[in-house]
Design a protein around this ligand. Structure first.
Ligand SMILES: [Zn+2]
Length: 259
């Protein structure tokens, strides 16, 4: 599942292909907006907010997309055959470039003035210009009885963390995923570390939290269930938490993150 850093990179690719250019092709392959047509309008910019993408178009319109589980935006020179077959949800193209949204979990078209309705609930964006760790801590602290593992994925607290950064951040801070938020000693240190991990990966593909970019060396616990902890040798545990069907997966080290 794409996390905030991948969405941030996707926004940058869309900016490079679409910003300032007039759309020559616009195909919404979703029932709700099947008749929408943005052809002839100039794309102003694409921004990311947490895991959401907002593509603003001349005339006060915003295309709101979300990659969800396995969606992607594929950018290629205009006129290339469109990848993705019947999984294509949206095509936006100009004379030079085409952007093809494949398996997007959400495609919506709304007035730019109404963006707050779809992203206004989000907590501070870990990769946003307005990242505010104190505000993230304040939001996390509203519900001290929830587990820290669930709270970190709740985008209303802070926006951009998915299952990989959750597991890696909690390992690096030595925090058991089921600890109550109210019992985590240094929430500001926790969210600041999460922000640093995402920021360190925002310009390249892949998630590296160990500083070692070699395959199979990139993470401490995520993807390493049953293998020895890199720090203490304990076998990494794997479990499920929370309710979201695709966001339950958690891995931790029982030695470094005692319950
Ligand atoms: Zn360990």
């Amino acid at each position: 599942m794409p996390e905030g850093d991948a969405v941030y990179r996707t926004a940058a690719r869309l900016r490079g292909a679409l910003d300032g250019q007039v759309l020559t092709r616009s195909e919404f392959r979703v029932p709700r907006h099947a008749t929408a047509d943005l052809t002839g309008r100039t794309v102003l910019e694409t921004v990311s907010r947490g895991k959401h993408l907002l593509t603003r178009v001349e005339g006060g319109l915003t295309v709101h997309t979300h990659l969800r589980m396995d969606g992607s935006w594929q950018v290629a020179p205009a006129g290339r055959s469109v990848p993705g077959g019947d999984r294509v949800r949206l095509i936006l193209a100009n004379r030079q470039w085409q952007a093809v949204g494949v398996r997007l979990g959400m495609v919506d078209l709304l007035r730019t003035a109404d963006e707050g309705k779809v992203v206004g609930h989000l907590g501070p964006d870990l990769l946003g210009d307005d990242w505010d760790p104190a505000e993230a801590v304040r939001r996390l602290s509203r519900d001290p009885d929830t587990t820290i593992g669930e709270a970190l994925l709740d985008q209303r607290n802070l926006a951009g963390i998915g299952t990989i950064y959750r597991a890696e951040t909690l390992f690096l801070r030595g925090v058991w995923p089921w600890r109550r938020v109210g019992d985590v000693g240094d929430l500001e240190g926790l969210v600041t570390l999460a922000q640093r991990l995402l920021a360190a990966n925002r310009h390249h593909a892949g998630t590296v939290t160990t500083g070692d970019r070699r395959p199979a060396h990139q993470t401490w616990v995520y993807g390493r269930a049953g293998r020895p902890c890199r720090r203490c040798g304990t076998r990494i545990s794997r479990g499920e938490m929370g309710t979201g069907p695709q966001e339950r997966l958690i891995m931790w080290c029982g030695g470094c993150q005692p319950g």
